[in-house]
Design a protein around this ligand. Structure first.
Ligand code: PLP
Length: 362
């Protein structure tokens, strides 16, 4: 039995035909940019996240770049980025001409509050907390810190769709929250898509302009913008997908709980989790063990595919190299291993993963 990390060809037949029907209907209407599907998806996002405004866009990386531009972050500004994240978070800072300041992480893989003050200088204009693995940063605490320092907050919620803290959805705490609907995320399109959330009407208007060539009405270009609009077809597919999302989240939560129960007594592994388990959307299930490389190999030999999110810190990558030392981070990336968790993983497959991991440590 081969157990894939995530196999999107396993979408149930019913979902596949609903998506095919959507494609046929949209082909019939002939509207391939903007239109009702986009407006409908944005309304659904607002409803689901309880956000005042949601602006769908091309992908999560563009969402982050547009967020920085909307807050006028650019040359001469510094932006705090956690040293462990998907590379998009730091790319966009460089792309707008600002300077990234790498912040330490804790053993939950998230921004380490104890170290944050070290990263602050008056040039810091924004901070990009990342809800890595779908575990939320303690946003109440972060917003307090940011208000004190007069720093703008852009949440990288690319991995945290469906995660909440005290009733508030990820991405609705900061000035702007960015989402990704890349196919492997909890809510995935059949291609590239993303969104920005904000509670500020003026910011929402500016973001709409920035993703559409700086125009509010056609040919009236009042800002330097770009084309970062969502593909209408993807909005259409996402409208189909989002209806099933709560059901998928239930399966994810169930699988995460099964793993937690199964590994509770294995002293050789730690489960990477945030302080508040409720603020986890079960995007990735990440273990930590000093035997990581051997365990990964053993699982692979037994037909189980695993991944590492991520094998390197940003500070270890050529474009973002710094001399700063991140002791916890360096240890962390050597010990983490993501094991399969998704709505299309079968119960028997999860049993096999659990049994194989237990066997390894016996
Ligand atoms: C996926 C991801 C992004 C980028 O989203 P895309 O839609 O792939 O551009 C940004 N940040 C994090 C943490 C991600 O996981």
């Amino acid at each position: 039995m081969q157990v894939p990390f995530l196999d999107l060809s396993r979408y149930p037949e019913q979902l596949k035909s609903a998506l095919q029907n959507k494609f046929v209907a949209m082909l019939g209407k002939g509207i391939f940019s903007g239109g009702a599907e986009v407006a409908d998806f944005e309304a659904k996002l607002c409803q689901f996240t309880k956000s005042e405004h949601a602006i769908a866009c091309s992908n999560g990386t563009d969402a982050l770049e547009v967020a920085l531009r909307a807050l006028d972050v650019g040359v001469g500004d510094k932006v705090i980025v956690p040293v462990l994240t998907w590379v998009s978070t730091i790319e966009v800072v460089k792309l707008v001409g600002a300077e990234p300041v790498l912040a330490a992480i804790g053993l939950d893989g998230l921004l380490n509050f104890d170290e944050l003050n070290k990263n602050y200088t008056p040039e810091v204009k924004a901070i990009l907390p990342v809800h890595l693995y779908g575990n939320m940063v303690e946003m109440e605490k972060l917003m307090e810190w940011a208000a004190q320092k007069n720093v703008q907050v852009i949440e990288d919620g690319a991995q945290s769709f469906g995660a909440h803290r005290s009733g508030k959805h990820a991405g609705t705490f900061g000035n702007i929250g960015c989402l990704s609907f890349y196919p492997t995320k909890n809510l995935g399109a059949l291609g590239e898509a993303g969104a920005l959330l904000t509670q500020d009407e003026l910011l929402a208007k500016k973001i709409r302009k920035l993703i559409n060539h700086g125009q509010e009405v056609r040919d009236n270009h009042t800002l330097l913008g770009k084309n970062a609009r969502i593909d209408s077809m993807q909005a259409g597919f996402l409208n189909v997908m989002i209806a099933q999302f709560p059901q998928w989240q239930q399966i994810r939560a169930y699988q995460a709980q099964r793993y937690r129960d199964a590994f509770a007594e294995l002293s050789e592994i730690e489960i990477v989790k945030s302080h508040d388990e409720n603020s986890y959307n079960a995007h990735l299930f990440v273990l930590r063990t000093v035997e990581r490389d051997r365990l990964k190999h053993f699982l692979s030999e037994n037909g189980i595919e695993t991944k590492i999110h991520y094998p390197y810190l940003l500070s270890q990558m050529p474009p973002y190299k710094t001399d700063a030392i991140f002791l916890i981070g360096e240890q962390f990336v050597k010990e983490i291993l993501s094991i399969p968790l998704n709505p299309w993983l079968e119960e028997g497959e999860q049993n096999k993963i659990i049994a194989t991991i237990k066997k390894f440590f016996k």
